[in-house]
Design a binder for this molecule. Structure first.
Ligand code: HEM
Length: 524
């Protein structure tokens, strides 16, 4: 009896302490500052989270667009004692992203990725992030990218070959097709491993990536599942565990394959890396020999041989780059293809530019040729304005911040809504119109520098952005050269869904009509 009473008293005490904490945050100085910001009405204790967790991911996507419009340029949401402030004005975005020292830590939501990505570059903070960023930055040096370009072009050609042989010229699931090629591209370039004999694993991997995105949002909207122990007991938790096995098994296989290659070659190519010679020289032999191209994974293996990293450290970076490096590019490519298919005039100009450059190059694409495609580049930039692959990013404020009209207290989670920023009519007239000329030098000149941030900005910007631009061009150029793109599904009919990456709910169909040319030598 006395024991039961003690438990009961302890329970009451816990509830009382939690209530005091809650009251202090929600109605103390912190809560008062947050509550000056507009937003949906809240209910006691839960804030907005019950309303949000009852919505489908599609409804949630629509809601964030509506709230951004209704409360422009800022709104807030409460999830118990956690406040989220969402911004889409370039002045505010600049304050959050541009500082070299402040607000570098990612928001709370990223911790939900830890079971998968642990604390790789995307999710890490502080000294660890700084050190890793320093180690990994050279892998995107111009001379390294130059070595990758052949692989990216080859991947574009492989896709062209496949498309030439499909029945009725219609691709039934564009995302599925494209992500297969972008995954292979990141594996062959950054990992130095081909997926040729791993088709079963890679399909499972891409499916698992997709499901993890859904689980991520599901969990985010249900803070009572933030504890991994509790989440593991649910059906979604079991689904996550199954997917994690698939994801990690795949990356471990890739790491093992590359390690084996270095063991067989006595680690001699890793010595090159340690001297930084590979980065600074233009070793043509290395460029010719696929296996000997130096990949990001090699840098990590070299670091592990020097005891600077262990196996889990390597895996978390490979998990991070495999995910960030293939899914983002795949979605941009899908939207670019859809936009070009719906805008025949723009498609024709881009095709003429590609064909002229290829003619100059004897029918081949090369690094130099890819750099001579300013119109195609403008089309891709405009695609990323309308459909940024990463629609939101978040940061935790490291100190109080004065935005345009509100003081936001330290420790608040700020969400930069890249999607709504890019469609802000005050900075993008007729924001929903696809117009690549927005990116002509004379039009960029007077634009707010933080009105366009598809790769984020400041010190935590996308490390792979130059790689991504090259890949986007290397894949779209041969498609435009060899096919007329025609819409089957239209962008206006696609239903977007809340996800880590900007996705749609249904498979997308596009028609690729082969262009018959007289001179076969011209077809790459
Ligand atoms: C169209 C393609 C891409 C887009 C739109 C994109 C966008 C972004 C954005 C918005 C961020 C900031 C995320 C945040 O603050 O939470 C980011 C970070 C990152 N991206 Fe990309 N990305 C693309 C391609 C790539 C590629 C190809 C790679 C690797 C090869 C890559 C690797 C990364 C990594 C590792 C980070 C974390 C950087 C850090 O925190 O230091 N991304 N990307």
């Amino acid at each position: 009896m006395a024991f039961t009473l003690m438990i009961f008293t302890l329970l009451l005490l816990c509830i009382f302490i939690m209530f005091l904490y809650h009251y202090n945050i929600r109605y103390g100085k912190y809560g008062q500052l947050i509550d000056r910001i507009p937003g949906l009405a809240t209910v006691p204790i839960f804030g907005n989270i019950l309303t949000l967790s009852n919505l489908t991911q599609e409804e949630l996507w629509q809601l964030q667009i509506t709230l951004s419009k209704n409360y422009y340029p800022i709104f807030k949401m409460w999830s118990f004692t956690i406040a989220y402030v969402v911004i889409c004005h370039p002045d505010d975005v600049q304050v959050i992203l541009s500082s070299s020292k402040q607000h570098l830590e990612k928001g709370l939501i990223y911790t939900l990725l830890h079971p998968w990505l642990r604390t790789g570059l995307l999710t890490s903070k502080g000294a660890k992030w700084q050190e890793r960023r320093k180690i990994l930055t050279p892998t995107f040096h111009f001379n390294i990218l130059k070595q990758f370009v052949d692989i990216l072009i080859e991947e574009g050609n492989r896709m062209t070959k496949f498309l030439n042989n499909i029945e009725g010229s219609i691709v039934k699931d564009l995302v599925l097709l494209i992500s297969q090629h972008t995954l292979n591209a990141i594996c062959e370039t950054s990992m130095g491993v081909s997926l040729e004999n791993m088709s079963e694993y890679e399909q499972q991997y891409r499916q698992a990536v997709h499901e993890m995105g859904e689980i991520f949002i599901y969990k985010f909207l249900r803070p009572w599942f933030y504890s991994d122990v509790i989440f593991a007991l649910t059906s979604m938790g079991r689904k996550q565990a199954k997917n994690l096995k698939i994801l990690h098994r795949f990356t471990e296989k890739i790491i093992a394959e590359r390690k084996q290659y270095h063991e067989l070659t006595d680690g001699r190519y890793l010595q090159n890396l340690e001297n930084d010679a590979a980065i600074e020289t233009d070793d043509s032999e290395m460029i010719k020999n696929k296996k000997r191209r130096l990949a990001m994974l090699d840098l990590l293996i070299a670091a592990s041989r020097n005891n600077k990293m262990n196996d889990l450290d390597i895996r978390e970076e490979i998990d991070t780059f495999m995910f960030e490096g293939h899914d983002t590019v795949a979605m941009t490519l899908c939207f670019a293809i859809l936009l070009l298919a719906e805008h025949k005039d723009i498609q024709e100009i881009a095709r003429n530019e590609v064909s002229a450059v290829m003619q100059e190059n004897g029918g081949q694409l090369t690094m130099t040729a890819l750099q001579k495609l300013p119109y195609l580049e403008r089309c891709l930039k405009e695609t990323m304005r309308l459909y940024p692959s990463v629609p939101f990013i978040t940061r935790i404020l490291s100190e109080d911040v004065k935005l345009q009209s509100y003081l936001i207290p330290s420790k608040t989670d700020v969400l930069v809504s890249i999607y709504n920023l890019h469609r802000n009519p005050n900075f993008w007239p007729n924001p929903h119109i696809f117009d690549p000329d927005r990116f002509l030098p004379e039009n960029i000149h007077n634009r707010h520098p933080f009105s366009y941030v598809p790769f984020s900005a400041g010190p935590r910007n996308c490390i792979g952005q130059r790689f991504a631009m090259l890949e986007l061009k290397a894949i779209t150029a041969p498609l435009l050269h060899n096919f007329y793109l025609e819409p089957v599904d239209y962008l206006k009919d696609l239903r977007h869904t809340m996800h880590i990456i900007n996705r749609v709910t249904q498979p997308i169909r596009v028609r690729f009509v082969p262009i018959k040319r007289m001179q076969t030598s011209e077809v790459i």
